[in-house]
Design a protein around this ligand. Structure first.
Ligand code: PLP
Ligand code: ZN
Length: 440
C-alpha cells in the first residue's frame, strides 16, 4: 500500500510524500494525502474492523496508538522504526446522559480527544507529521527543524513529539493569547519559543515566510500529513459506537483542519464499506471569531477573512482559516451546518458538562453550546444521537475555570458557578455548610 500527495482541488498535481511541498505548485491549493483505494479495497471491511479492533487492546507502540493501530490508512509506506508516537488516541467516549435527557436527545457523547499526551487532539496529527520528518531525516534530507504557528495546542504537540524524536522545534506564539499551561509546554519540551507581538494570523504569515527558504519544515495544518492522523478521530468514534456513526457530530472549528479531517475519516470508511451512512456535521465557532459561520449564512457565496476578536475560546481565535475551502467541501458532503456561541453560552455549556464528570475546555464549550442551540432551533432533531468532539483537556485552561466559578469572566453570566465555601476551622460551621447538600 502506498500514498502520495495530490492537489486537493483536483488539478492533477501529484508528488511523493518524501517531497517537501505544502501547496500545489500548479494552482496554489492545499494538498491532500491520496491513498490507493483499490489496494485498500482488496481488504474487506470486516477484516479492517477485525484488524483495528485486534490492535486496539495492544500495550505497545505502534499498535497501541489510536493512529498507528490504523497505519495503513495514515502513512502506509512509513517504516515502523520511524514512527514517533507518545501513545495518542484511544480516548474515552464519555456519555453525558443528564444533558442528553434535558435536551431530549437520544444520546450525547463527548469524544475526549484531549485525554492525550499533550492534552489536545493535535497529538493525533502531530504524530504523523513528526514521524514523516524523522523518516526524511533518516533518509538524509536536510530538515534543520520543524516550525509552527499556534494558538497554543499545536506548539505543545509539536514540541513534545520533536523532543521524543530528538528533532529541533520552533514555535511561533501570539503573545498573551495562549494560556500559561500552553506556553509552558513547549518551553518544558525544549523548543525554541518565539513569543510575538501579534495574533495567530500574524504568526501564521511569519512562519510561512520563514519556512519558505530556511530548511525549516512547516507543521501547521495546511500540511496535509496532520490531517491523516486527525481523521482517525472519526474512525475511532465509529469503532467506539460499534461501527454505527452517530446522527450528528459537532466539532469546534478555528483553522478548520480538524473539521476537514473528520470528513475525510468518514469518507474513507464509507468508500471502504466500514460504514454505510453519513452523519451530519456541525462546525461550532466562537461568535467573536466566526468567519466560517458568516460565510455559511451567506451560502458560501463569498469568503471574507476577518480580524478575530478576543474570545475565551482562544484556540479557535482565528480570522483567516487556512482550510476554509476543504471545510466548505466537507460541510456540503455531510449536509453540515455552522453554529456559533457567545462567551456566556460557551462558558455555561462547558460548566454544565463538567457537572457530569468531564472538564471541558472553552472550545469544547463552544461545541456543546452549539448542540443546545441547534436542538432549540430544531436543526438537530429530538432523539438524535449526537457526538461532540472535545478538543482539549480543560486543565490547560485553568484560568478560564477559575474565572468562571468566581463569576469573574468578562461578558459571562456564570449560571453554574460553584465557588469554594470559606469557613473558620470549626465543627459547627462545617456542619452548617453541609446541611443542604445536593448532587452536581
Ligand atoms: C486547534 C484547536 C481547535 C481548532 O482546530 P482547527 O483544526 O484549527 O479548526 C479547537 N480546539 C482546540 C482545543 C484546539 O487546540
Ligand atoms: Zn492544484
Amino acid at each position: 500500500m502506498h500514498a502520495d500527495y495530490a492537489c486537493s482541488e483536483g488539478c492533477g498535481f501529484r508528488a511523493s510524500l518524501l517531497d517537501i511541498v505544502y501547496r500545489c505548485p500548479r494552482c496554489g491549493s492545499l494538498l491532500e494525502v491520496a491513498h490507493d483505494l483499490e489496494a485498500l479495497r482488496a481488504t474487506p471491511a470486516s477484516e479492517w474492523k477485525r484488524r483495528f479492533e485486534g490492535r486496539f487492546g495492544a500495550a505497545r507502540i505502534p499498535d497501541a496508538s489510536g493512529v498507528w493501530g490504523k497505519r495503513e490508512w495514515a502513512y502506509p509506506q512509513l517504516p515502523v522504526e520511524d514512527i514517533v508516537s507518545l501513545g495518542e488516541g484511544r480516548v474515552p467516549l464519555k456519555a453525558l446522559p443528564r444533558m442528553a435527557s434535558a435536551l431530549g436527545l437520544g444520546a450525547l457523547d463527548l469524544m475526549e480527544c484531549g485525554v492525550s499526551p499533550t492534552g489536545s487532539f493535535k497529538d493525533w496529527g502531530m504524530t504523523v507529521l513528526v514521524s514523516a520528518v524523522k523518516h526524511l531525516r533518516s533518509r538524509g534530507v536536510p530538515v534543520r527543524a520543524v516550525a509552527c504557528a499556534s494558538t497554543g495546542d499545536t506548539s505543545a504537540a509539536l514540541a513534545a513529539y520533536c523532543a521524543a524524536a530528538g528533532i529541533p522545534a520552533v514555535v511561533f506564539l501570539p503573545r498573551d493569547k495562549v494560556s500559561l499551561a500552553q506556553l509552558v509546554q513547549p518551553i518544558a519540551n525544549g523548543a525554541r519559543v518565539l513569543s510575538l507581538d501579534t495574533d495567530f494570523d500574524g504568526c501564521m504569515r511569519l512562519v510561512q515566510a520563514v519556512t519558505a527558504d530556511t530548511g525549516l519544515y512547516l507543521a501547521n495544518s495546511m500540511n496535509s500529513l496532520r490531517i491523516e492522523g486527525q481523521k482517525m478521530i472519526a474512525v475511532e468514534l465509529c469503532q467506539d459506537l460499534g461501527w454505527e456513526p452517530p446522527d450528528w457530530v459537532v466539532i469546534p472549528g478555528g483553522n478548520l483542519g480538524n473539521a476537514s479531517a473528520l470528513g475525510r475519516g468518514f469518507e474513507l470508511m464509507l468508500s471502504l464499506g466500514l460504514i454505510t451512512r453519513r452523519p451530519r456535521i456541525a462546525v461550532a465557532q466562537a461568535q467573536r471569531a466566526n468567519p466560517f459561520a458568516r460565510a455559511f449564512r451567506g451560502g458560501f457565496r463569498e469568503w471574507v477573512p476577518m480580524q478575530a476578536e478576543h474570545t475565551l475560546a482562544s484556540a479557535i481565535q482565528i480570522g483567516n482559516p487556512v482550510s476554509f475551502r476543504r471545510a466548505v467541501r466537507m460541510l456540503q458532503a455531510f449536509e453540515g451546518v455552522v453554529e456559533e456561541a457567545t462567551e456566556s453560552e460557551l462558558a455555561n455549556a462547558a460548566a454544565r458538562a463538567d457537572r457530569e464528570g468531564t472538564f471541558a475546555c472553552p472550545q469544547t464549550g463552544v461545541a456543546l453550546a452549539a448542540v443546545e442551540k441547534l436542538v432549540a432551533r430544531g436543526v438537530i432533531a429530538r432523539d438524535a444521537r449526537v457526538a461532540v468532539i472535545s478538543t482539549a483537556h480543560g486543565l490547560k485552561f485553568a484560568d478560564f475555570k477559575v474565572g468562571y466559578h468566581r463569576s469573574a469572566l468578562a461578558d459571562v453570566a456564570s449560571a453554574y458557578a460553584n465557588p469554594p465555601v470559606n469557613l473558620p476551622a470549626e465543627l459547627d460551621a462545617v456542619k452548617a455548610a453541609l446541611a443542604d447538600l445536593s448532587g452536581p
